[in-house]
Ligand binder design. Sequence first.
Ligand SMILES: *[C@@H]1O[C@H](CO)[C@@H](O)[C@H](O)[C@H]1NC(C)=O
Ligand SMILES: *[C@@H]1O[C@H](CO)[C@@H](O)[C@H](O)[C@H]1NC(C)=O
Length: 293
Amino acid sequence: MNISWSECLCLILLLLQLTTVSTLESFEVLGPAHPVVAVVGEDVVLPCYLKPNISAVDLHVEWFRVQTNNPLVHLYQDHEDRNENQIPSYRGRTSLFPEELRNGNTSLKVKNVKGSDNGKYKCLVQSGEFFDDSSIEVYIKAVGTQPVISTEGYKEGGISLVCESKGWYPQPQVVWMDSEGHSLPAGHTETHTDSMDLFTVRRRVIVQETETNRFTCRVLQQQINEMKETITNIPGEMFHCAHPWKVIFVVVFTLAAVCIIGCTILLHRFVKRRKRRAQLKEQHGELEEQHGK
Ligand SMILES: *[C@@H]1O[C@H](CO)[C@@H](O)[C@H](O)[C@H]1NC(C)=O
Ligand SMILES: *[C@@H]1O[C@H](CO)[C@@H](O)[C@H](O)[C@H]1NC(C)=O
């Protein structure tokens, strides 16, 4: 084997060139190791970057939603943002970090987070024929308002209470409980979404009189580990009105008692008077007898 110095040098140069070409054309797109938690109304950064950290200024950077028909969230192409076909709900809310692009940082900033931003995203970076992508899971979180309990009046022999809380994401559960924390059988939970895609929940319960007359409405979201509850105290008298027959019973009973007492007194007086009259008659008779003698 006889390799000349010039041949050897050529080989080395060729190898060097191959490595440079490959580093220019291939890279990895990396995202966060864990899901990103975003709070409704705040801004969030969805991390995405290239390894090695070559500049992405001249590359094609595309952010899109997974499992949607028209999924574009943000597109950077030919050195500018091209968002004409972006999902309308993202309009004016997305941006890359222009200063960071040259370090291979293709993270996306989403402003004023909405409930509908929840879900899986992909960050795709393309250089000529080569591309790679990375998935980013986004969990949206919104803690709703303190539940409000209102009384709806008498229903089915009890008092109907309704509990409402607004502004939750994801959808929370509503539980009605007695003062000992036992859950009460309640109606189904009514759910609505507002303009920010947040959940309003409402649930009714019909309560009966208890020892404490204290009832709790608890709204909880286990995925985001949040809970809010409100306690209400119902005055005992309200329950008596819930049972009209009870009131009637009390009234009838009282009237009856008054009658009985009244009659007894009258009867007593009548008997007394008759006795007295009989006595007087007797005395009178005795006197007449004496006169007659
Ligand atoms: C990316 O490369 C630049 C130099 O080109 C360096 O200053 C910077 O620290 C690198 N960033 C990362 C995240 O490695
Ligand atoms: C990319 O840029 C954003 C915004 O400046 C920053 O928060 C993030 O840490 C950067 N990521 C990397 C990997 O440098």
